[in-house]
Design a protein around this ligand. Structure first.
Ligand SMILES: NC(=O)c1ccc[n+]([C@@H]2O[C@H](COP(=O)([O-])OP(=O)(O)OC[C@H]3O[C@@H](n4cnc5c(N)ncnc54)[C@H](OP(=O)(O)O)[C@@H]3O)[C@@H](O)[C@H]2O)c1
Length: 341
């Protein structure tokens, strides 16, 4: 297993991070209902991942019903005593209870949410505490101050953000610098062969600033495993059979061309589409660790193959080309100037 710095931070994490969104079977009404893993399977996945050198786990208060994913991880820490072997990331910001106080990233909410997560996770500290999405109603200055206080109190080691617009990443770094507050070490966002929109603004900024990228849904919810076929219904029991809106969004000619290319590369390398898709993301600029999703140990084993696979340049190029992003104005205008005008 390869280890990299957690973005701007000194701590080293595996290039594969175990995503915990599937941990525990939530009640009806949760977005993960029917597509998650029972507690015992989640324990087995954590055992297996740790055994294979994965030292990084990502969860959120909102995963499962009523903090279920965090509770499963807390129970696993209690059973195994493995807390100190894991760099633990969690998040807050999305709705956990009704009313105006139940969501957002105000100071009041961050401090409360952190206390709740610590209890569920049965730990005294969170290694990476992330804001799950930028909050339009809270100034970034307030968010950073609240997080910085948690760092000073020893409850949090590093801070990060997720699902931020690029302008807000820059605003956040300026604010942290000007006010001497802890800056975000990492940025967590959707990034895969299918979704490459971060390449317009976020990744160029992160290259300059040193912030590390933690890609989520690197298999586009399962599409990039090759188990779905153009014009056919999603197989029963899969995520896309339940998340029909997501399947509609993914059902584009570009995505099916990407899946075809993945199949051809996987055949040439005698491996799986999932391993190829994960290896492609892992070695993209600014990526620290790829947050994988799995619903059982067999999927996890398949995905862990992606940790060790190195794509030959010509095959990587084939995938770059088939998934190339349309830049649009002004990015195409800027990129088109090679210095001659
Ligand atoms: N910050 C955010 O807003 C955000 C949002 C989403 C996720 N995340 C993080 O990112 C992690 C990963 O996200 P994700 O679950 O969407 O990742 P993903 O890898 O794109 O999708 C995972 C799903 O694909 C299917 N799958 C995975 N590996 C497979 C394999 N080898 N063969 C066949 N099917 C396979 C499984 O679904 P089925 O078996 O049910 O089909 C699995 O649950 C989450 O756990 C979470 O930590 C963060």
């Amino acid at each position: 297993m390869e280890y990299r710095n957690l973005g701007r931070a000194g701590v080293q994490v595996s290039t594969i991070c175990l995503g915990a969104m599937t941990f525990g079977e939530p009640t009806e009404g949760s977005f993960m209902h029917g597509v998650a893993a029972p507690e015992d399977e989640a324990f087995a996945m954590m055992d297996r991942a740790l055994d294979q050198g994965v030292n990084f786990v990502d969860t959120a208060d909102v995963y499962g019903s009523d903090g279920l994913s965090e509770r499963v991880i807390g129970k696993w820490f209690e059973r195994t005593g493995c807390r100190r072997d894991v760099v633990l990331a969690t998040k807050c910001r999305f709705r956990m209870s009704p009313g105006v106080l139940g969501s957002g990233s105000s100071r009041r909410r961050i401090v409360f949410a952190c206390e709740q997560s610590l209890k569920r996770l049965k730990t005294d500290y969170i290694d990476l505490y992330q804001i799950h999405q930028q909050d339009k109603n809270t100034p970034e200055d307030e968010v950073l101050r609240a997080l910085d206080d948690l760092v000073s109190a020893g409850k949090v080691h590093y801070v990060g953000c997720s699902n931020y617009a690029a302008y807000r990443l820059v605003e956040s770094d300026w604010t942290a610098d000007k006010r001497n507050l802890t800056p975000y070490a990492t940025f967590q966002a959707q990034y895969s062969l299918s979704i490459r929109s971060l390449e317009r603004e976020h990744i160029p900024y992160m290259k300059r600033s040193g912030m590390g990228l933690l890609p989520w849904s690197p298999l586009a919810g399962g599409l990039l495993t090759g188990k779905y076929r153009k014009g056919e219904l999603a197989p029963t029991g899969t995520r896309m059979a339940s998340w029909t809106d997501a399947m509609k969004r993914f059902d584009t000619d570009r995505n099916w061309r990407i899946v075809d290319a993945l199949r051809s590369v996987a055949d040439e390398l005698s491996t799986s589409c999932a391993a190829v898709a994960l290896a492609w993301v892992r070695d993209r600029p600014t990526v620290t660790s790829v947050i994988i999703g799995a619903r059982n140990c067999a999927q996890l084993d398949d995905n862990l193959r992606g940790a060790h696979l190195v794509l030959p340049p010509e095959l990587r190029q084939r995938l770059d080309d088939v998934s190339a992003l349309t830049l649009d104005y002004p990015y195409d205008f800027i990129a088109g100037n090679d210095g001659t005008w």
